[in-house]
Design a protein. Structure first.
Length: 192
């Protein structure tokens, strides 16, 4: 890694460029910088989600994900470097299987709503999808390992599942549920 910042306002980016971890400079509007920014935004949204009440297992998972997202950002900042390993993707797949097994089958599409924690998890899901799209675009332009793309894909799926888990979590007691889309199909099945 490059040097750690000791001075935050360096003024070196005033011309619209920024430095990468390998000391090259690129436009702040490059796909690589967009990808790094989306991953950073996703990590910040997960930090906001962590301010909410949640089961300990979900909290531990999200903290672990924050560290992996930092690795992903580091990998994106150093072209050709690998920080995010395949076992990080496998850990997401295990978490997906574990948490999804606890949930009832979906009856219909759900809205990104419910508890504040669940709604924030849906924000994380959508930011992960955006980050994935930019990483895909970057991979079409520059050589990237497949792990970042795979990680973001699994993470967005996991955030959907965790939103459902968080909608059911009530520390004060009781059980919540998903907020279903009011589709014609659902109206007919409940009327029958």
């Amino acid at each position: 890694m490059g040097q750690r910042l000791t001075q935050i306002a360096t003024r070196t980016g005033d011309n619209g460029s920024t430095g990468l971890g390998d000391n090259t400079r690129v436009s702040k509007n490059s796909l690589r910088i967009h990808a790094m920014g989306d991953v950073d935004e996703l990590n910040s949204h997960i930090g906001l989600l962590l301010c909410e009440p949640m089961p300990d297992a979900v909290r531990e998972l999200l903290v672990s994900i924050q560290h992996q997202l930092f690795n992903l950002g580091g990998e994106l900042s150093i072209p050709g470097y690998e920080l995010l390993k395949l076992d990080a993707v496998l850990a997401l797949e295990e978490a997906l299987a574990h948490f999804n097994a606890q949930l009832p089958t979906l009856q219909e599409f759900i809205l990104p709503a419910g508890s504040r924690a669940a709604a924030q998890a849906h924000v994380c899901r959508t930011v992960a999808r955006r980050a994935e799209r930019v990483v895909v675009a970057l991979a079409n332009q520059d050589a990237l390992k497949p792990t970042p793309q795979q990680y973001l894909n699994r993470l967005s799926d996991l955030m959907f599942v965790l939103a459902r888990v968080l909608n059911r979590y009530r520390p004060e007691g009781g059980v919540g549920d998903d907020v279903y889309w009011r589709s014609e199909r659902l109206k007919q099945s409940t009327a029958d």
